[in-house]
Design a protein around this ligand. Structure first.
Ligand code: ADP
Ligand code: MG
Length: 391
């Protein structure tokens, strides 16, 4: 088939949407090519179908919340966010759902189900209210940095079809303290006026200043204003607060959030799923994905993103001289970490020692075939390396 690579690219991008009609057309194309015995092209299409399937499992169909369910006016791009009167800086950033579709972050099974439930609940606020049940309006997301919390907030707003108003609390507070309380009130008044999701990112900024012995009275006032604003927001719309430092928040704050979700660092299986998504438009060997999942043990989704970016850059520059193992080793050199995991120490060692470690790894074990691919040598060589261990 002429221009097959273009057609394949089209299918791949289109399949990301998960539209069932599209899927059946791609399947039809695969069957038609099969009749013409274009086995390579058929295989390529089947791969696209298969990887779309695995994405489908984690991203349910998009059902947008009925706009009538929420109070408030429609927020349009011509509306400007309120500003700090002293500095003129905007108090919030507004992202509209059609501006960019944010994919669902990849989480472990149970957590992913929890997120699906939360979305279901928020999509059905109307039903809840009609049944006399108070919906859970406020959610707190907490956990290590780079685990996908901000991404999740964007995804949720996108799935609900609502604009996301993001207030960086540290920004609000670093302005002149005297005007902080007013900034917070103005921001909430703005959010309450429109149909939206309000995101309070870096929420712990408030808790941190609370411990500051200077200007104690003023800070108390700020915190009280914030708590009152959160209380007053229920019934107007959804609120998501995010913190990386949950220990800093006191019980008075926690109580205000009906739903509290801890976002953990990804386990090995989740890391592999993330890598598969990054490489969905690329043919990457299983061994390569496993190596990247192995080296990012204890890392976050954001660490995996950085590794993938680095590897892609190396690949573009080195072309034929490119080796995944070499690139991953370089990455470890170039991305100093405060918590150096054992795997990051081992990867710099001799090839045979590294092969033995990988072959016996408990969470991400490697087969001899996968090792041969990674080290660019034959299986007998790998087998010899592994036997050295038993001497
Ligand atoms: N669970 C995840 N699934 C997919 N990508 C992730 C995940 N966690 C982090 N990332 C990647 O890292 C980037 C930064 O994540 P972010 O949401 O800003 O983390 P946080 O807000 O928890 O500090 C995201 O834009 C995404 O590219
Ligand atoms: Mg964040």
């Amino acid at each position: 088939m002429e221009h097959f690579s273009i057609v394949l690219g089209l299918c791949r991008s289109a399949m990301q949407n998960g539209n069932p009609a599209l899927r059946s057309h791609v399947e039809r194309l695969a069957r038609a090519l099969e009749k013409e015995e274009q086995s390579e092209q058929v295989d390529a299409l089947r791969k696209v179908l298969k990887s779309a399937e695995s994405l489908q499992e984690i991203s349910p169909a998009r059902v947008v919340l009925s706009k009538a369910s929420l109070k408030g006016e429609l927020l349009t791009p011509s509306v400007v966010a309120p500003v700090d009167r002293e500095t003129g800086d905007p108090l919030a950033e507004i992202v509209f759902p059609d501006q960019r579709r944010v994919e669902r972050p990849i989480f472990r099974g149970q957590l992913s189900n929890g997120i699906t439930d939360l979305l279901e609940e928020w999509r059905h606020v109307d039903d809840l209210r009609n049944a006399g049940i108070r919906p859970a309006w406020a959610t707190m997301l907490f956990g290590a940095p780079g685990t996908g919390k901000t991404m999740l907030a964007h995804h949720i707003a996108g799935e609900l079809g609502l604009p996301l108003i993001t207030a960086k609390l540290d920004g609000l507070i670093s302005s002149f303290l005297g005007t902080t309380a007013r900034n917070i009130s103005n921001l909430f008044a703005f959010a309450n006026r429109y149909k939206c999701v309000l995101l309070l990112d870096e929420f712990d900024a408030v808790a941190k200043v609370r411990d500051d012995p200077h200007e104690l009275g003023e800070i108390k006032r700020v915190v009280n204003t914030l708590l009152q604003c959160i209380d007053g927001r229920a019934e107007f719309g959804f609120t998501i607060a995010i913190t990386n430092h949950e220990a800093l928040l006191d019980p008075a704050v926690w109580r205000r959030f009906d739903i509290r979700i801890e976002i953990p660092k990804p386990d090995a299986e989740t890391r592999i799923a993330m890598l598969k998504r990054y490489f969905s438009d690329h043919d990457a060997d299983d061994a390569v994905l496993r190596l990247m999942a192995w080296i990012t043990e204890e890392g976050s989704g954001s660490d995996i993103g950085k590794l993938v970016d680095f590897v892609r850059r190396q690949q573009a520059i080195r072309k034929e001289n490119f080796s995944y193992l070499h690139a991953v080793r370089n990455f470890v050199q170039m991305s100093a970490h405060e918590n150096q995991s054992q795997n990051r120490l081992v990867i710099g060692g001799d090839d045979d020692a590294l092969a033995r470690t990988l072959a016996s790894d408990r969470t991400v074990p490697f087969s001899q075939e996968q090792l041969a691919m990674l080290f660019g040598c034959t299986q007998p060589t790998i087998s010899r390396w592994l036997k050295k261990d038993n001497k």
